[in-house]
Design a protein around this ligand. Structure first.
Ligand SMILES: [Zn+2]
Ligand SMILES: [Zn+2]
Length: 551
């Protein structure tokens, strides 16, 4: 393999929505684009977050010239704390991205050792032989950029998360001019967001949410609680604006959200009048119809303020009859049941919950079909590869490219770990590098294995059965009775009695057992028990056998 080839290797985010992370290599240089996390699906018991397997990067860490971030959403920056202690490379991002990141990272690691570098859109940053240029593009967060990586064979362009919003809340427009200039400089490959490829037409502007908010603000007679992501600065700004226009005050419930609002006000990314912004302990000074409360918990996160309120466990604020709760966030797939449980509990307390409305109370930050096509037309890439999408999104995106006249050999469906190799004359998919997902549990410990997950699933479903026996090595036989105890096992005591007697028969008749080592005895009894319980009633408890050897 020619060392000079350019390789684009997704380590996350290809064939999924989440944990976006791709490296681009050329000779001795490597840059990383984004370093995000994803959230576990429902079968991952006790897993809090999922991050990419960074072993490829750590193995080649000498080559790593920089980590470049498109924007501050968790699916683009959330895994950085796990990588940055293992590699030495500067972390580049917009002013907003870096400030938000610093606030978050400082809770986990000593950030004085991290080499943060703020870039401006349009700046050209050298990373060995590669040059990276951030280009301003609209999404649902300030300081968002597409990243153009200039290689010897042309520009590899990462759109990052984008939509073409012509009336963004902060008035900062996409640099369409620069994007079209890239076309004449030569975009060899476009790695495009494909999240909303199933939706026809154009996405709604962030500003259109103002209409929906206005309707709720004028119709609600009591307090209004709005739940959204702590990172959705634009939505929170809109809530403040609307509060000011309708004479309400805004308080914030949720530490992360309060922190992010305070940081944004300090840095000038949010404009809020001092009179409007109040603290939670001042709520009692005002009438219900004078109040807005912004809160975390839109995804049903167990420790968030809204979820605690829904269980009457949040001491600083109780849900009252007549409150309106507005969900201004799209559910992340996998969180639906937790969200519905919260919504139902809120209704039980007498709140009116609005999670869907004919006038939008939430818009997506990802462009629809026409915007994805517009991007292709603007930058006219030679090769195309959709990322930030599940296989069905990638499939649809490829169809769109075909309909736009792209021949098969110029369209690639990438998956995590498989390099796209670009040479002077062609592009091909290479053999996979080591990649995968690392599960992180609530203690922040890395690497919950599949074994552990299987046990947790079995424990959750059928509980645990423990079997205790004693074996006399002098007399060469089991002595005493069999002690069986269970926790969370769904079979009744009758069944356990029957099981005990079957097991008794097994250990007395199964002569083989006697000659075995202790741990083999335990394993055989485990296997026998699991099989019998499964045959009996499809039970799959975790079985723990312990045989004590007496001599
Ligand atoms: Zn995003
Ligand atoms: Zn994203």
């Amino acid at each position: 393999m020619n060392m000079d080839n350019v390789k684009v290797i997704p380590l996350g985010g290809a064939g999924e929505i989440g944990k976006n992370c791709t490296v681009v290599t050329q000779g001795d240089d490597m840059v990383m684009i984004d370093c995000g996390l994803s959230f576990p699906h429902e079968e991952m018991h006790g897993v809090d977050i999922v991050i990419p397997d960074f072993s490829y990067v750590v193995e080649h860490k000498k080559k790593l010239k920089g980590i470049f971030l498109t924007h501050a959403h968790e699916d683009h920056v959330g895994a950085l704390s796990f990588l940055i202690t293992k590699v030495k490379a500067p972390v580049y991002g917009s002013h907003f991205t870096i400030e938000m990141l610093k606030a978050k990272l400082s809770e986990k690691i000593d950030i004085s050792k991290v080499d943060f570098r703020v870039f401006d859109s349009g700046e050209k940053i050298k990373a060995g032989e590669l040059t990276i240029e951030p280009i301003r593009i609209t999404h649902s967060i300030p300081g968002n950029n597409a990243l153009a990586v200039k290689t010897k064979y042309g520009i590899v362009l990462f759109t990052g998360d984008f939509k073409f919003d012509f009336t963004p809340v902060d008035g900062k427009l996409t640099d369409l001019n620069r994007l079209s200039e890239l076309a004449s400089e030569g975009v060899v490959c476009l790695l495009s967001d494909s999240t909303n490829v199933e939706r026809e037409g154009w996405s709604h502007s962030e500003k259109s949410v103002a209409e929906g908010l206005k309707k709720v603000f004028t119709e609600a007679l009591g307090r209004i609680l709005i739940t959204t992501f702590a990172s959705n600065i634009h939505r929170m700004q809109q809530a403040f604006d609307m509060a000011e226009a309708t004479g309400r005050k805004v308080a914030i419930a949720g530490r992360r959200m309060e922190q992010s609002v305070d940081t944004c006000i300090k840095l000038g990314y949010m404009k809020v009048s001092k009179d409007t912004h109040i603290r939670l302990n001042e709520l009692s000074k005002y009438e219900p119809h004078e109040l807005i409360i912004l809160t975390t918990g839109s995804q049903g996160e167990p420790l968030s303020a809204l979820v605690q309120m829904s269980k009457d466990e949040y001491s600083r604020l109780k849900i009252n009859e007549g409150d309106t709760v507005l969900y201004s966030a799209r559910p992340i797939p996998g969180n639906e049941s937790a969200i519905w449980r919260t919504v139902n509990r809120l209704f039980k307390f007498g709140a009116n919950v609005i999670y869907d409305s004919p006038t939008p109370i939430h818009v997506s930050g990802h462009g629809h079909q026409e915007e994805l096509k517009m991007m292709i037309n603007l930058v006219r890439p030679f090769y195309l590869a959709p990322i930030h999408g599940e296989p069905r999104h990638q499939h649809l995106y490829c169809n769109i490219a075909r309909n736009m006249g792209y021949p098969e050999h110029r369209i690639f469906t990438l998956s995590n770990g498989t390099p796209l190799v670009i040479t002077e004359s062609n592009a091909t998919i290479d053999l996979p590098v080591s990649s995968g997902e690392v599960l992180v549990d609530s203690s922040g410990k890395l690497g919950v294995s599949n074994f552990v997950l299987k046990d947790r699933a079995a424990l959750a479903k059928d509980g645990v059965i423990s079997i205790n026996l004693a074996y006399d090595t002098k007399k060469n036989c089991f002595v005493g009775g069999i002690e069986i105890s269970s926790k969370g096992f769904s079979g009744n005591s009758q069944l356990l009695k029957q099981f005990a007697s079957v097991l008794e028969d097994y250990i007395t008749t199964h002569k083989d057992l006697k000659s075995k080592q202790n741990h083999d005895k335990q394993a055989m009894i485990n296997d026998f028990s699991s099989q019998w319980l499964y045959k009996k009633n499809r039970y799959k408890p975790v079985v723990i056998t312990s045989v004590m050897h007496l001599s």
